[in-house]
Design a protein around this ligand. Structure first.
Ligand SMILES: *Cc1c(COP(=O)(O)O)cnc(C)c1O
Ligand code: SF4
Length: 350
């Protein structure tokens, strides 16, 4: 057994095992954990400074999860968009393949709360998924997600990647993983040597707060970058965790230092059990206004809203363009309205 697997086995999934300094209301936590699974690594627990801090909020069960009935378990209709179990095919040229049902830490705000961590590792038949992708030549981009794909052992992962690389029309593979944040020891030299053989493999990780950037997580990202994977980051905008412009700016800037390029900032989905993390759209737009122009463009992610009913992701931009005939009125980061002439030759289609 590898070191990271031992650490995973030592992770805490019973609220009674929480150190006394976190066990303020074990009874209530247990009630929540009976509905939505609980797990946290010792590594991540060590990063928590006090009850209620941004890291604590992300992993410790909260009674508010149980009295949130306004929202839906699956607002994005992922189940309906699933042609074979484990695959979500919403856009013509790319699919999401849920290759794992487990995570090292169960985020309390998880969009797939309805099944992640609920047991039954084999949620898909690998051959069926590969056959579906093979039969659909329009698919050029396969996103491995879950759960966390890097919780599969190296052999399992290599088998999946080998299957995908045999399909000529699969141009790129993406892996969405939170393990650099929650169990950075998972990124071993052996894993990196293996990934090197399947490039281009884009890795999107998931940091939500600057305190999650540590020496260990920085090293995991460096190793992944050195095996040739471009690194991106998807952050979820979370009340009490990162919903202020200064925290968000620091997070984005610090990610660039560890070679991770901010990709998406997600408005949290309308998923049941996560309502206490919701922020207004206006809050997200305010944060975006305070990033764009105020820091490196590389540090500015797209602010995305995933439309209910599986209608797709849409970027939201603060101070959208105001079109007046052939003149665009654009608001810059200083909130000046600037005119931009919309001139092109010919019929105006550019
Ligand atoms: C988010 C998502 C993708 C990937 O979208 P990109 O904008 O290309 O990153 C693909 N399929 C589904 C179902 C998704 O939810
Ligand atoms: S790592 Fe991702 S899939 Fe796993 S619990 Fe967190 S948000 Fe959900």
């Amino acid at each position: 057994m590898e070191q990271w697997q031992k650490q995973l086995r030592n992770s805490i999934s019973d609220v009674d095992q929480l150190p006394a300094r976190f066990g303020s209301n074990a009874e209530e936590m247990r009630r929540v954990a009976a509905v939505y699974p609980f797990r946290v690594t010792e590594y991540y627990l060590e990063l928590i400074k006090e009850i209620g801090d941004p890291l604590w909020l992300q992993c410790i069960p909260d009674p508010r999860e149980l009295d949130d009935d306004r929202q839906l378990p699956d607002p994005l209709h992922e189940s309906r968009l699933s042609p074979v179990p484990g695959l979500i095919h919403r856009y013509p040229d790319r699919v999401v393949w849920l290759v794992s049902q487990s995570c090292a830490l169960y985020c309390r705000f998880c969009m797939r709360k309805r099944h992640v961590g609920c047991g039954g590792e084999q949620i898909f038949n690998e051959n069926n998924a590969v056959a579906y992708i093979t039969e659909h030549p329009a698919i050029r981009d396969v996103v491995l997600s879950g759960g966390d794909p890097l919780l599969l052992d190296d052999d399992r992962l290599e088998h999946i990647l080998t299957g995908l690389r045999r399909i000529p029309h699969v141009e790129i593979i993406r892996i969405g993983t939170r393990l650099p944040v929650t169990l950075p020891q998972r990124v071993t030299r052996k894993l990196c040597r293996m990934l090197k053989n399947f490039q281009p493999v884009y890795i999107n990780t998931h940091f939500n707060h600057p305190s999650e950037i540590t020496d260990a997580s920085a090293q995991a990202c460096r190793m992944l970058a050195e095996c040739g994977s471009p690194l991106g980051n998807q952050t979820v905008l979370l009340k009490g965790v990162n919903d202020d412009p200064e925290t968000m700016k620091r997070l984005m800037q610090q990610l660039l230092r560890i070679r991770v390029r901010p990709y998406y900032l997600h408005q949290i989905d309308l998923v049941r059990g996560t309502g206490h993390f919701r922020t207004s759209i206006a809050k997200g737009l305010e944060i975006m206004e305070k990033l764009r122009g105020h820091t490196s463009g590389l540090a500015v992610p797209y602010f995305m809203i995933d439309l209910p009913g599986g209608k797709g992701k849409v970027p939201l931009v603060p101070g959208q363009v105001d079109v007046r005939g052939n003149t665009l009125l654009l608001k810059n980061y200083l909130e000046e309205t600037v005119e931009y002439p919309d001139i092109c030759d010919g019929d105006g289609t550019g």
